[in-house]
Design a protein around this ligand. Structure first.
Ligand SMILES: [Cu+2]
Length: 191
């Protein structure tokens, strides 16, 4: 009788471990547009890729003003108003201070500054194991928004970095069961 019980628990444990590793190995990717806000002429997109325990987020813009622009994850997946105010404040699930990602204190949404050249093009990438796609709510970047600001993030002013108005906004949709966004992004406008 004892052998039967041990045998059964091994089968159960094996089944659970198998399901877990299968999920961890699968690669998930979300890409969606970043729309112009606050009267800007910016256009852009982001790509978030989860491989193993790491999430890589790449934000690319064109038509943006030359200079450095703060890029953050904001709390709400809502870019519907003209100034992106409904996106709320910075995503800060660990209730830390605002700051530089590479220093001790920062919000989990404090991506940093993006340099835009004379040609209006800019790009910023962050790769981290502090984020997930569809994982624990304290790590899951889906269900939030990417905001590009008018000004540079000073990494000091609380809780915003004094980055000015919001000139770009993109929604990171919640993932469905198949790792696809539950709401497909709107198609890019025809040129
Ligand atoms: Cu911001």
């Amino acid at each position: 009788m004892r052998n039967v019980v041990i045998g059964l628990s091994l089968v159960l444990a094996g089944g659970i471990a198998g399901a877990k590793s299968k999920k961890a190995e699968s690669k998930q990717e979300i890409t969606a547009p970043i729309e112009a806000k606050s009267g800007s002429t910016l256009a852009g997109k982001f790509t978030a890729t989860m491989e193993g325990k790491n999430v890589k987020l790449k934000v690319e813009v064109t038509g943006a003003p030359e200079g450095e622009h703060a890029v953050h994850l904001h709390e709400n997946a809502d870019c519907s108003d003209p100034e992106a105010k409904k996106a709320g404040g910075h995503w800060n699930p660990l209730t830390d201070q605002h700051g530089d990602w590479h220093k001790e204190h920062h919000h989990l949404g404090d991506i940093g500054n993006m340099k835009v050249g004379k040609d209006g093009k800019g790009e910023v990438t962050l790769s981290t194991d502090k984020w997930s796609i569809g994982g624990d709510p304290k790590t899951d970047i889906t269900g939030h928004a990417i905001v590009v600001h008018e000004k540079i993030d000073d990494f000091t002013t609380q809780p915003t970095g004094n980055a000015g108005s919001r000139i770009g906004c993109g929604v990171i949709a919640k993932t469905g069961d198949q790792g696809k966004p539950a709401t497909p992004p709107a198609p890019a406008p025809a040129k």
